[in-house]
Design a protein around this ligand. Structure first.
Ligand code: SF4
Length: 472
């Protein structure tokens, strides 16, 4: 066993800044993870007090090396995982990144995958807390009302989640009690108290009216998926959820409400409204769990482009590089797409580009992640986002690139060769065009064939451009 040389005591289980400062110092001084004991102040005693420990070496300035933003984000989240090894694992990963800044892109690396899994589990736990925490009402000594909730997170997420509840319930006085920390909001400032027990929270029913009103206001009939709702909602939370009583009523009104939503969305919107609506959609899609693809991908890759774009271009799904960058069409196929757009005289900056499916589907092979086409269920699940994008953008013309995009656009399977080169009337009144996906061009082996296919692809883009001009 390696001799313990350094002991680091963090202020709390989620003390990211403390970890960051210490880990930088350790990496800078070449201290390997196996020579460090990480502790949290006040927890479990000083197990290693008998072990000789050297003071942590100081590091000045910025710590001597640049850390990619992606690592900071993932480490800030993973630090809240309950796995006691997380501090050492992140230390090891930071060391690797110092030697090779692209280390985080090596998705086949077991260390990268483990840290990513931890971050994903933490995000999921945060999402559960947003969804399943329930307040009870109590009277304060001054006669005011305070809402108190008990919640047992799986990970150390309570502090990380405080901002969400401050924003959501800014005007209420509330307290959230957890076995690790208590959070108290008085309408103006947030403060923290010691750990609590379930018995500290008021007994009785949750505040039915508050939650029923809130739930009814956020209930989105177009997303109604009862099976998924029940699957998503762990049984331990059911009894705390008065809004479950609302479900039959909401379902009954869902159709009418959906029609209302569509009418509202169909009204002409101002540019800034559309921009805000797209931003809100993208934000909501970050937490999407409508199909299993979110489980292994790094992040949702939503569409991007001007909110008043007249042309919407749809691809299949994010690839390996898009998954890492969080932006569509930035990998090899995206670069070819950019070249073809320029050759066709189309400005990518004026076009809204998106994918039929917003998460990367792949199978790991050694150090690589091999692309897999999404299946019918995944395409259908992601149709919700595609339709929402269309409702906001109301594009004059839509170009589907490849079979998956065409299936999303038409709502059924179509053959590219049969649908290519002509306009199609879409259900929402827009006009649809079809071409191949640029990744198809990359797969053509023979160079002459590839040149020919590329020229056809550019021709399709030119046709779309001319049609767009004709529709002016
Ligand atoms: S692929 Fe689409 S439907 Fe599936 S989880 Fe991702 S965003 Fe949601």
């Amino acid at each position: 066993m390696a001799e313990i040389l350094h002991r680091v005591t963090l202020a709390a289980q989620d003390d990211f800044e403390g970890w960051r400062e210490a880990a930088r110092a350790l990496v800078m001084h070449g201290v390997p993870p196996e020579s460090v004991v990480w502790q949290v102040a006040g927890e479990g005693g000083d197990l290693f007090s008998a072990v000789a420990a050297m003071p942590l070496p100081p590091v000045g300035g910025d710590g001597g090396f640049n850390v990619p933003r992606g690592f900071i984000d993932i480490a800030r989240t993973a630090i809240a995982h309950r796995d006691p090894e997380r501090f050492a694992l992140l230390h090891a990963l930071l060391g690797r990144i110092r030697d090779w800044p692209g280390a985080l892109a090596d998705r086949a690396d077991p260390l990268v995958r483990r840290v990513e899994t931890m971050a994903r589990q933490v995000r999921r736990d945060m999402h559960k807390m947003h969804a399943f925490l329930r307040f009870r009402e109590i009277a304060e000594p001054d006669g005011a009302v305070r809402f108190v909730a008990w919640f047992e997170p799986d990970h150390h997420i309570a502090r990380m989640n405080a901002g969400f509840f401050v924003r959501r319930f800014a005007t209420m006085r509330w307290s959230i009690l957890t076995p690790e920390v208590t959070l108290h909001w008085d309408g103006a400032s947030l403060c923290e108290g010691p750990a609590a027990q379930r018995a500290d929270a008021p007994a009785g029913d949750p505040v039915e009216q508050v939650w029923r009103t809130y739930y009814a206001s956020i209930f989105n009939p177009a997303r109604l998926k009862i099976g998924a709702m029940l699957k998503e909602m762990p049984k331990k939370y059911w009894k705390n959820m008065p809004e479950t009583a609302l479900v039959p009523e909401l379902i009954a009104g869902a159709q009418a409400r959906e029609a209302g939503m569509i009418r509202t969305a169909a009204k002409p919107q101002q540019g800034h409204d559309r921009k805000a609506a797209l931003a809100a959609l993208a934000e909501e899609a970050r937490g999407c769990t409508r199909c299993d693809l979110h489980r292994h991908a790094t992040q949702t890759v939503f569409g991007e482009g001007p909110a008043n774009a007249r042309l919407m271009i749809v691809g299949e799904q994010p690839g390996d590089q898009e998954d890492l960058a969080g932006r569509p069409f930035v990998g090899p196929a995206g670069q070819l797409f950019d070249r073809a757009m320029a050759d066709a005289g189309l400005d990518r900056g004026s076009v809204y580009v998106t994918n039929a499916v917003k998460h990367f589907k792949f199978v790991p092979r050694g150090k690589r992640r091999l692309h897999q086409s999404p299946n019918g269920g995944e395409i259908k699940a992601c149709r919700w986002w595609y339709e929402q994008e269309r409702l906001v953008l109301r594009p004059r013309l839509t170009l589907a690139m490849g079979a998956t995009a065409a299936r999303q656009m038409f709502g059924k399977i179509v053959t590219i060769s049969a649908a290519r080169g002509r306009a199609h009337r879409l259900e929402d009144g827009g006009e649809g065009w079809v071409t191949v996906h640029p990744s198809f061009l990359l797969r053509v082996q023979d160079e002459a064939d590839r040149r020919e296919e590329y020229a056809r692809f550019v021709e399709d883009l030119v046709q779309v451009k001319e049609r767009l001009t004709a529709l002016d």
